[in-house]
Write a protein that binds this ligand. Structure first.
Ligand SMILES: N[C@@H](CCC(=O)N[C@@H](CS)C(=O)NCC(=O)O)C(=O)O
Length: 254
């Protein structure tokens, strides 16, 4: 059976975490058929599920009080852990998880590089496609701000879109034309497809940390509210779509 295989948690003999309070993941709410609008929040959910520790989500749409002004955050007792990579490190260090169990040092290095590629590049193309594409925007606005009272919702949406545009430009991706961004995204997606080959997951039969970053971001592209060149790169590829479904079914919280 394809699945998590052996649990990734490696509890030391006699380890007892029963004294620990339940972990709380502060996360953006669900959107576009994903358990959170944010792929980093979905990644954190996948890490927590794979860890085997007890946790609950706490949903908010306001990241302003977060230490980095971003979500996800994990509350672990007295500790507030901001950033999905820090959450991963906390689970590895405190709960003895190994999300890359069975991988060689070389595979672990490749995993690290793939995670950086999707989180520090492909993610920003996804964000631009979601927030800055004029066809997508009305649907994104409705999904994120539709429940807010009318004039306020419109204003908050406008400010959030402006901030997102500034972030994508500051990061660099937003300085390129949509055509160039899509071409670079195509190169990233081709790299993922080449790595995947005909395996169930990026490194074989068992999902690892790289799948927990890659699946939410590429699913974030596949669920673009309207058809775009970027979305086509994913949805026109049956192997990739099967991988995304498999990843969702295995990794996402139920
Ligand atoms: N490197 C961070 C990235 C987190 C991130 O970019 N979160 C976005 C949502 S996908 C966010 O909170 N944005 C809110 C804002 O910038 O105001 C991580 O891995 O957790």
């Amino acid at each position: 059976m394809i699945g998590l295989g052996n649990p990734v948690i490696n509890k030391p003999i006699n380890a007892d975490y029963s004294e620990k309070p339940m972990l709380k993941l502060i996360t953006f709410p669900a959107a576009f058929d994903e358990p959170s609008a944010s792929p980093f929040c979905v990644k954190a959910m996948c890490l927590l599920k794979a860890s085997g520790v007890d946790w609950i989500p706490k949903f908010t749409s306001d990241p302003r009080k977060a230490p980095n002004g971003k979500l996800p955050i994990l509350i672990d007792g007295e500790n507030t852990i901001a950033d999905s990579e820090a959450i991963r490190a906390n689970l590895e260090d405190t709960y003895a998880c190994d999300f890359d169990k069975g991988l060689t040092p070389e595979q672990r290095a490749t995993s690290r590089a793939v995670i950086r590629m999707v989180e520090e590049h492909l993610y920003f193309v996804m964000v631009g496609n979601r927030w800055l594409n004029d066809d997508n925007w009305p649907l994104v606005k409705q999904a994120f701000f539709g429940e807010m009272p009318k004039p306020l919702g419109g204003l908050v949406a406008h400010i959030a879109r402006k901030k997102t545009r500034a972030q994508v430009v500051a990061q660099g991706t937003g300085r390129h034309s949509v055509q160039v961004q899509t071409e670079r995204a195509r190169q990233d997606i081709e790299a993922i497809k080449a790595m995947l080959g005909d395996k169930p997951y990026l490194f074989g039969d068992t999902p690892t940390a790289a799948d927990m970053s890659v699946v939410p971001i590429i699913r974030g592209i596949s669920t673009s509210p309207t058809q775009t060149g970027l979305r086509d790169l994913v949805t026109n590829d049956p192997t990739l779509m099967t991988y995304l479904e498999r990843g969702r079914d295995t990794l996402y919280p139920t």
